[in-house]
Design a protein around this ligand. Structure first.
Ligand code: DX5
Ligand code: ZN
Length: 222
């Protein structure tokens, strides 16, 4: 039994010179997805703590901060203090002790907790963490860049993670990230995802509210 659908526009595809306006244009979405990259865990460098602090002052939206960084335990407290509502760390970024430690920092700071899986990582790897998580993120592209093609072969991972969530922690959300658009969202939804990151499919369109509505409709095959 999945949670109600949530859409999470990714500001990676926004115009960083007009970030406030771009965020205001997606206020109908449930979450705002913030992609933090360090140029090491992934081959791209994006934004850090000061930007999250600024965003927090300008929106009440739920800030879903996706940390694609090595040793996330070192930065988790700073992002929590900056105003993140939820932090997601990559299972592969510092396993296993660093991931355990990062989750403990999140608990101590009262933020929601997520773990993300790169496409190469098997669904089973989530099991040690699943009982305490608020979200599992299944990557449907190789993390690092917006605008990539949805990886259909990740549908199996989504199905398996859905099965584990239903068995072990039904309150946990299953978020998919990468290549979500009106022609891919229904397959991810049917495989068991309930939360959908969308960068280019929202910010790449002139009417962001219409793009969000189109994704919601497409989820149900409309
Ligand atoms: C990729 C990021 C995604 C990215 C998705 O590493 O984690 O959140 O913004 O972009 P689209 O929706 O364009 O694939
Ligand atoms: Zn992301």
């Amino acid at each position: 039994m999945s949670q109600p659908i949530a859409l999470a526009p990714s500001i990676l595809s926004a115009d960083f010179c007009r970030l406030g306006e771009d965020i205001a244009a997606v206020k109908d979405a449930e979450w705002l997805h913030v992609d933090v990259m360090d140029g090491r865990f992934v081959p791209n460098l994006t934004i850090g703590v000061p930007v999250v602090q600024s965003i927090r002052k300008h929106t009440e939206m739920f800030l879903d901060v996706h940390l694609m960084i090595e040793k996330p335990v070192d930065m988790a407290a700073a992002f929590a203090k900056a105003g993140a509502d939820q932090l997601t760390v990559h299972l592969e970024s510092d396993m296993p002790h660093g991931i355990r430690a990062a989750l403990d920092v999140m608990t101590a700071h009262g933020v929601k907790k997520g773990v993300a899986l790169r496409p190469i990582t098997k669904a089973e790897a989530i099991l040690p963490y699943l009982p305490e998580l608020d979200v599992v993120v299944v990557m449907t592209v190789e993390p690092g860049f917006g605008g990539q093609k949805f990886m259909e072969d990740q549908l199996d991972t989504i199905r398996t993670v859905r099965k584990y969530i239903d068995q072990i922690n039904p309150a946990c959300r299953l978020e998919v990230d990468g290549g979500i658009a009106t022609d891919t969202i229904a397959a991810a939804y049917q495989a068991g995802a309930d939360t959908f990151v969308a960068g280019s499919a929202v910010f790449g369109k002139p009417d962001r509210a219409a793009a969000i509505a189109a994704l919601r409709g497409a989820c149900h095959g409309k």
